[in-house]
Design a protein around this ligand. Structure first.
Ligand code: NAD
Ligand code: UDP
Length: 328
């Protein structure tokens, strides 16, 4: 029951995906190519990998450009998906000022490009805009509880500022914007050394190494499978200009980190023990999306059961680790 459809996809041809060699970006490029769009993938390969897009490089409707979004770029495009930003806490905290500038200056550069080209622009925002939320589930009208000075602020505040820029460009220049707030998403093509919880736990379990829980493990997250999430972005692009978001995209099934560890140990048949390490600083204690806006405005719903998603992610990592061990 899509309530705000448009015929946009009939008119769009060229789509720019920034961060397109990353985990989510590469799945998005693939999905757009399958629908016969021309895709320009831009990435500085800081956390992304050519390996993620190597099967696309020879396609005639795919172009890869190594470029940093902190520097302006000029390409002919009808639509932009802005996915360029490190997303894993260890990665975004390794270069905090770079992270902040990627999110703020990068967003501004792409908004300017969208303005010049009269292109629709879609932002990969995050549930981190809610910080350590005091309400649950989180609806889009919750303003959040975010530290401006902690080690996560470079990412959280960068994404919040990017949302502000998007809505100011919309109000000032009538730019066609769409802001999606992504909740923890997982699946094939995450890096084994990415540092996020699902990749860490699966790799540890497959190697029968200790599963590292930060703190008590009673903190919660809600995990969405990648294909399901990308479907939401595709639907968002197809909405009319009136649909700007922000719209939460995520799976409301909420798990404690301990529960996640136990499931992964069971699904991998692992001998890994669980160890508790120091808690991460400013770690949000709960996170669960309210996805009713996505249901009404996009006709989207999370449909992948977490154990099914974990099984296909485990199969991916199992193969990736075997290839790495064989030196391929
Ligand atoms: P990722 O690290 O795999 O992908 C990010 C990509 O952006 C990488 O390919 C990286 O090389 C590229 N990049 C980083 N800085 C850049 C710059 N300055 N210029 C050009 N390219 C740059 O992470 P991901 O999980 O695929 O996340 C993609 C986007 O989705 C990010 O914007 C992230 O904030 C957002 N997001 C992801 C999740 C999630 O759970 N995966 C949740 C919320 C938001
Ligand atoms: N986490 C953990 N062990 C790990 C990696 C992460 O216990 O090896 C915890 C982390 O402290 C947080 C949750 O898992 O509570 C999700 O962490 P992740 O880095 O995946 O994402 P984010 O904190 O950005 O939601």
């Amino acid at each position: 029951m899509l309530q705000f459809p448009s015929n946009r996809s009939n008119f769009l041809k060229k789509i720019l995906v920034t961060g397109g060699a990353g985990f989510l970006g590469s799945h998005l490029c693939e999905s757009l190519l399958t629908a016969n769009y021309e895709v320009i993938c831009v990435d500085n390969l800081s956390t992304g990998r050519i390996e993620n897009i190597k099967h696309l490089l020879d396609l005639s409707n795919f172009i890869f450009r190594r470029h940093d979004v902190r520097t302006p770029l000029n390409v002919k495009v009808d639509a932009i998906f802005n996915f360029a930003s490190p997303a894993s806490p260890p990665a975004y905290q390794a270069d905090p000022i770079g992270t902040l500038f990627t999110n703020v200056v990068g967003a501004r550069n792409l908004l300017e490009l969208a303005r010049r080209r009269d292109a629709v622009i879609v932002q990969a925002s995050t549930s981190e805009v809610y910080g350590d939320p005091l309400v649950s589930p989180q609806r889009e009208d919750y303003f959040g509880n975010v530290s401006t000075i902690g080690p996560r602020a470079c990412y959280d505040e960068g994404k919040r500022c990017a949302e502000t820029l998007f809505f100011d460009y919309h109000r000032l220049y009538g730019l066609k914007i769409k802001v999606a707030r992504i909740f923890n998403t997982y699946g094939p093509r995450m890096r084994p050394d990415d540092g996020r919880v699902i990749s860490n736990f699966i790799v540890q379990a497959l190697r029968n190494e200790p599963i590292t829980i930060y703190g008590s493990g009673l903190q919660t997250r809600s995990f969405c499978y990648v294909d399901n999430l990308i479907g939401g972005f595709r639907k968002f692009l197809d909405t009319s200009d009136a649909v700007t978001g922000p719209i939460n995209l995520g799976n409301p099934t909420e798990l404690t980190v301990i529960d996640l560890a136990e499931r992964i140990i069971r699904l991998t048949n692992s001998k890994s023990p669980i160890v508790h390490l120091l808690p991460a600083v400013d770690d949000p204690q709960q996170r669960r999306p309210d996805v009713s806006r996505a249901a009404v405005q996009l006709g989207w719903r999370p449909y992948v059961d977490v154990e099914d998603g974990l099984l296909s992610t485990i199969a991916y990592f199992d193969l990736a680790l075997r290839h790495a061990a064989a030196g391929n």
